[in-house]
Design a protein around this ligand. Structure first.
Ligand code: HEM
Length: 346
């Protein structure tokens, strides 16, 4: 019987099946969001109301869950010990970031004035890229043993600690949205005095870009061969973050502040007035933000785990901390997304 597991175990023409699974999963991602949107906005037979029936809620939830499942399939492929092909592993790492790259893509096509709906160019592009990568995979040359430079790892870690100060403040700032938009705005105003200051902003941008570039180099090294599941997760969450940060900074600095000339406040982040849930474009922001926060927090946890183990903490203690932190990160994502979708406790 066919299963993804057996597909990967089968001598997959040097990973070509894995490449196809990644390409197809990324290609269908926007269709799942379209399905979600269809179920939440479908007019009732009795008239064009927005009342949701239980069946439609179940179907919409299923669509959204499947959309969240796409990065997980690719995470599983990237970490499969049977997968020999570095090309297929790296392709899966790119596909993990599908929610982030689909937002990045959508902003770029909007700015380019494209009249073609994103799904119609996105899906064929992934299938085409998948077939090209498959062809390249057949020509995968002699494997070189690439090791991540310890200097680069150190620099990525030190710079990452600086970046994490901003990221943790920023995530906390968005979590405050669960109480009220006003509280969120007051905290943001307070933080802006530092991170949007003459010195703070260029420093933050430089640190983020350094993290992305050094991170890509580290991903390249670590993805040469299969790694244990913690390392795979660290590399995969880093791959998501690289695309998330580039796309997010393009949205904030280029699209909103320069191109549209609008403030980058709560309204901008939540796609007001339509909001995240009921707009066919904005719905892509939901998995994008949720996974952006989740992978950022768990990437930091993965780095912390490595540092703790290197300094003598027993592996099982560090692992337990990682799992507890991971569960907490999931909870923080839910809180942020509830707030951004309109649920406020005040
Ligand atoms: C729920 C998730 C997130 C939302 C809704 C969000 C939204 C925003 C908004 C509205 C701004 C503009 C801030 C301002 O004008 O003061 C911003 C800026 C920024 N965000 Fe996020 N963000 C999220 C997650 C993240 C994460 C996880 C990271 C980093 C890993 C990040 C990195 C940045 C950076 C570097 C800036 C530029 C800061 C600046 O304005 O100078 N964001 N984000």
């Amino acid at each position: 019987m066919f299963s993804i597991h057996s597909a990967l175990r089968y001598p997959v023409a040097k990973g070509s099946r894995a490449i196809w699974i990644s390409a197809v999963s990324a290609a269908i991602y926007p269709w799942l969001l379209t399905g979600f949107h269809w179920f939440v906005t479908l007019p009732d037979a009795s008239g064009p109301t927005h009342g949701l029936t239980a069946l439609r809620v179940v179907c919409a939830t299923l669509m959204l869950m499947l959309a969240f499942f796409i990065p997980l399939i690719n995470l599983w492929i990237a970490g499969a010990p049977e997968l020999q092909s570095a090309v297929a592993r790296r392709f899966a790492l790119i596909a993990i970031a599908t929610p982030a790259s689909y937002v990045f893509f959508g902003v770029l096509t909007y700015m380019a004035g494209s009249q073609i709906p994103d799904v119609w160019s996105w899906s064929p592009a992934w299938l085409l890229i998948g077939s090209v990568i498959c062809a390249m995979n057949g020509n995968e040359g002699q494997r070189r043993h690439v090791t991540a430079s310890s200097k680069l790892r150190f620099a990525h870690g030190v710079c990452g600690s600086l970046a994490s100060l901003y990221a943790l403040f920023h995530i906390g700032n968005h979590a405050a949205g669960i109480f009220s938009v006003q509280l969120h705005s007051e905290i943001m105003e307070f933080g802006r005095a530092v991170y949007r200051s003459t010195l703070g902003e260029p420093l933050l941008v430089a640190v983020m870009l350094f993290q992305v570039l050094s991170g890509i180099r580290l991903i390249w090294c670590w993805s040469e061969a299969a790694a244990d599941r913690y390392r795979t997760f660290q590399v995969a969450s880093g791959a998501f973050m690289a695309l998330f940060i580039l796309g997010h900074m393009n949205s904030v600095f280029v699209f909103a502040r320069i191109w549209l000339g609008i403030p980058t406040d709560w309204s901008f982040a939540t796609g007001e007035p339509a909001g995240l849930i009921h707009d066919s474009w904005n719905i892509r922001l939901l998995p994008h933000y949720a996974m952006g926060v989740f992978f950022t927090l768990t990437h930091l946890l993965s780095g912390l785990r490595v540092v703790l183990i290197a300094h003598g903490t027993p592996t099982h203690t560090a692992n337990r901390l990682w799992w507890t932190g991971g569960a907490l990160s999931g909870g923080i994502c839910v809180v942020i997304m509830c707030g951004m979708s309109g649920l406020h406790l005040n």
